[in-house]
Design a protein. Sequence first.
Lengths: 411, 402
Amino acid sequence: MQNTKYIFETELEELLKKYLGDDCFKINLSSFQANKSTDGVSAKINAFYEDQLRIDMSDCSDRMKIDRTITFSQKKLVPEMFQKFLLELGNICLSGGKLDLAAEIFKKTKNIAGKTAIKAESLLGLADVFTRRANWSRSLSNIADAESLYKKIKDNLGTAKCENFIGIIFSEMGDIETAKEHFLNSLSFIDPERDKEMTAHLETNLGIIDNIRGNFIESLVHFNKALGIYNKMQNKKNAAEVTHNIGMVYLESEEYEMAVAAFDDGINTAKEGHFIPILCLLYHAKSRALVGMNALYYAAEFADKALEISHAIDDKLALADIYKVKGIIERKLKNFKVAEEFLLNSLRINNSLGNEMNIAETSLELALLYENIHNTDSRQFYLKSSLDYYKEINASSKIKKIEELLNYAAA
Amino acid sequence: MINNKMHIVNDLKSLVINYIPKDVAEEFFKSLEEDVTLNTDKECVIPDLDKSQVEYKIPKGIKYRLLIDKTITHCEKLLEDEQFFKLVLDLSQLMLFAGENAFSLELAENLLVKFNQLNKRDAIAAETNLMISKIYWAQAYWDECMQYISEASNIFQSFESKAGIAKCENMLGTLYGEKGEFDKAQKHFVNALIYLKEEDDILSHAMVLTNLGIISTVQGDFEKAIWNYKNSIERYVSINDNRRLSRTYHNIGMLYTRMEKYDAALDEFNKCITISLENDYLSNCAVAYIGKAFIYTKLKNSSLAEAYINKAMEIAYKINDTLSIADIYKIKGMINTDLENFSLSEEFFEDSIRLNRDIENKLNEAESSAEMSKMLRNNNRKEEAEKYSSAADDFFNDLKGE
């Protein structure tokens, strides 16, 4: 009885007809669907990959258990302990990609918080939710509120958390210089011997900056320091995240086997702990590495799974990036029209998120696509706009690569 | 393969034991590990219609996303700005109907960013604010909902759009209605009708009538409610608005439920569900499933009630409909009372009351308190029952006073 595709597509087509008239037939809605289904893993994939891609997403029984636990704890705990409990529970929800529930819990905590520190922490929790949804302005406003509360009670670690968070947001927007300033500022508020976890977070973030700039060795030094701390603390979630970052260094330096090994390690940990948002990043990253190894069929499987998860957890940045990878895969398969559609989707979403770095990356991919289809003007346009960004952040290896491409065209 | 159910239980257990002594939490842990899906010890025979309804598979959002992203990327190049903005707003509405709240919000928020950059404060900007208010309303985010209604109202007022202000008044009424503040809600609906008097806006008119029907139902004025619903249905049919038409069938189902005409109520819920399943109107499905589960509870058919309430929970979780989730816990409490699982029943009522309190839904909090009180009284816990019944009575007496 259910025929979702038919009804929704019909509805969409009717809407398009209303706006475009006969032009609506220029849009071939089924071309994206010609690709593999995103809601399953292909039967042809090998057993190891299949196992990596099988993951239960959160369902309503989780929500029921969490609700029951909240009600139970509210009865058993004194208010302050209950609020601290809620903060931890909110973070568990974040790790599992349950953003709506996390927001609900942090909001509740904020409303009932007695102590300033708890209120500030709940604001940071909300900021985390907004950051994951790429809602920068609401995230920054919550961080500002939290920071002023921490400063009021002279809580240096709290202030450091806020500065670190602001750095993350700038880094997500591609403003590497400002991001680094905030990370270093954050560092100045903590005692690395005492505040070990925070130190590891900052090492990770500084490592990411170095990787973007092409300083691969320095980047690995930061990541390994962070990984050591996380492993000692048995913080598996952050360990999986750093493992992903280590893989990203190998990916950027085109050492694909090493990258895949790191991603596999991360996938293992993330699956074990059910860290869905990190798993999404790892699937996406592995897809990129598989593209590098020309294993396009497998790359598509991982990209599709990452796309499905990114939509489910509302991770717009990842989603835009996955569209880019799908575009690259289609370009390599010589499906240039579909490739262009994916890349333009990626560019549009990155533009709306204001993510300069991803805009530059997607522009570079579009330039490569236009080279394939001999559209010289578009190629030059996207190469130049990409180059502008990389010059701004001083990313030497990328600048070199793009200049070579531009010179090749000039010759 | 990873068992997700155990994951969350393990996470919760390791968190709780940091705060609550193990021996205190032990019993709770045990019940948390159990599957609280009912085992009624009876062979459950589900009629074909019910079977097709509870076996509904929720569509995956990513399928919508792929098509809509592609559509937007193309149309941005093909359409004039104004047309493009309207299309994106329509798509946002479409995604809200489909229960894709986050995506719907993303589309509407992106529009607002553009409008702010263009310093655009016209009808489409106001409609976009109103759209966002609806998305927040659907998730019981009252503050955010109010904020966007105010912005929409300010814009509509700046160019004296009566039809626009009426829409805002209707939305304000809806917001207060969900919080159980029915006198305020009614005032806003009446205001909306006044603004619509000289306007030829069939849809807005129908929506206000539906909402007045809901208020009349709550207040026990059933004749008036029927009159309002019939009038709104005529209008929805005339403009072919199936989504709102089916929602009104649900509302009539609720009315018959209040009148204890359960067969008639089931017919109306089924009408709502048939249309909603065909079109994947998830929110309508969730509320109508809850309506049917409630009736099956009253008819002492626990298995069917459980089947419907579980499906409703699946949908409500997917669309983050906290109001419905709180209602679902109430019905789960009622089902467990019937099955004499009193401890679980008490827990579900407590969940429902807490959640309703968190989202400030006074009517539902009172209803859950009343059910809790009934269960406690039957278990000779009269003192505890008294506490809940007096809280419920206070609310219902106030309502009668209104």
